[in-house]
Write a protein that binds this ligand. Structure first.
Ligand SMILES: *Cc1c(COP(=O)(O)O)cnc(C)c1O
Length: 384
């Protein structure tokens, strides 16, 4: 996948769903320096660049430990394995998420059980989680979908009462907060992806686990490094795998991290502009007052979504659907949750992700909003 920059055609700006080029331009000098230092140090796997980023990421998230891993899917999988959650265990995950949340559960050997989501926020709540809990449930994974954070106190209470591990998939929520606390810092561990398109993205794949539990951090690090004990390259105390964050990616992430809050502020400003311009008939996914969203996506709900999407594309506006087919209706996952999940299924038919990225211009937002207002104002006139 290429994250292309905008190219004008005629008088209309072409608006991509995501454009990363301006972010890379802003940190050009820091990147040059990082490349030079890593390439001459020869510490390509492990070493000071990784340690520096792990320290900075842990402190940014307000936790004691961060462990760099190969990607966000592995971050979740490794935490489950480190907690000895696997064969015979069930893990509750939201049906409206990127497939990786459920995929990681299967990779750990456990069974995903899909929960429905709240119709307004599209996030898990205690009420949607409860029906998915069985005597075999070992953990709940909440997802900070679109950069929004669920009501963590209520969900943590439920996990506590039921004796379940609570994990947070924060792969879309770098820098988001709930009541002032950073995404990723809730539950036993937070799992991040640094895929290029995320709010904090590497120049390739990457991920991290953050936690306050030193033993969990040690186990995740060991499992991701062939089960090695710290300082003993030839003792494999755990059955592990290879899942590490490259030094080069760690250096890129360290160069970008100082910009993350500013970039998230720009995302929030773009969403505020959208909200001022969009017609009241365009329903947006709701963000609670307790949350400062990272707006990884700005998602609206429109009737006749596929039609609207095609019309926007005709005007050079790229949109996304997150996600068109809910996880529990994807073939390999159909068997796990036989019941319908109405809120998820209804949302899947209506959701539309509008272009949002830090350097989107006011002109671009105005163009999208005015085209969308036109289309939802007279949806029937475009049938056929
Ligand atoms: C991106 C993402 C992941 C997986 O991250 P990868 O680095 O692509 O493996 C997991 N969960 C959610 C919600 C994501 O958006």
């Amino acid at each position: 996948m290429r994250f292309a920059g905008p190219t004008g055609t005629g008088t209309n700006p072409v608006v991509p769903l995501l454009d990363l080029s301006a972010m890379s331009d802003e940190i050009h000098d820091a990147l040059e320096l990082a490349w030079k230092e890593v390439s001459t140090s020869a510490a390509f796997v492990g070493g000071p660049w990784l340690e520096r980023f792990e320290d900075r990421w842990a402190s940014y998230c307000g936790v004691n430990h961060a462990v760099g891993v190969a990607n966000g899917t592995d971050a979740i999988q490794l935490v489950l394995r480190a907690l000895n959650i696997g064969r015979g265990d069930e893990v509750v995950v939201p049906a409206n998420s990127f497939i990786a949340t459920a995929e990681a559960v299967l990779l750990a050997g456990a069974t995903p059980r899909f929960a429905d989501v709240d119709a307004d926020t599209l996030l898990l709540t205690p009420e949607t989680i409860a029906p998915a809990i069985s005597p075999r449930t070992a953990a709940i994974i909440v997802v900070d979908l679109f950069g929004n954070v669920p009501s963590m106190d209520a969900i943590a209470r439920l996990a506590d009462v039921k004796g379940l591990a609570l994990l947070e998939d924060a792969a879309q929520a770098h820098g988001a907060t709930w009541r002032g606390r950073k995404a990723g810092s809730f539950g036993v561990a937070g799992c991040f992806s640094f895929y290029p398109g995320k709010n904090l993205g590497a120049f390739g794949d990457g991920g991290a686990v953050v936690t306050d539990d030193p033993d969990l951090a040690r186990r995740v690090r060991s499992i991701g490094n062939h089960g090695r004990l710290a300082g003993q390259a030839d003792v494999h105390a755990l059955a592990g795998t290879n899942s590490r964050l490259d030094s080069l990616q760690a250096a890129v992430l360290s160069a970008k991290l100082p910009q993350l809050d500013g970039w998230n502020r720009l995302r929030r400003a773009a969403v505020a502009t959208y909200r001022g311009l969009l017609s009241p008939t365009v329903r947006t996914v709701w963000v609670h007052d307790d949350v400062r969203s990272a707006f990884h996506q700005h998602v609206v709900r429109v009737p006749g979504r596929d039609q609207v999407r095609r019309r926007l594309a005709d005007k050079g506006i790229q949109t996304g659907i997150h996600y068109r087919i809910p996880c529990h209706l994807q073939d390999p996952y159909r068997g796990f949750t036989p019941d319908p999940l109405p809120a998820t299924e209804q949302a899947a038919a209506e959701i539309l992700s509008l272009p949002v990225f830090p350097h989107i211009t006011r002109l671009q937002v105005e163009h999208v909003a005015s085209c969308l207002n036109d289309l939802v104002g007279r949806p029937d006139s475009h049938e056929g």
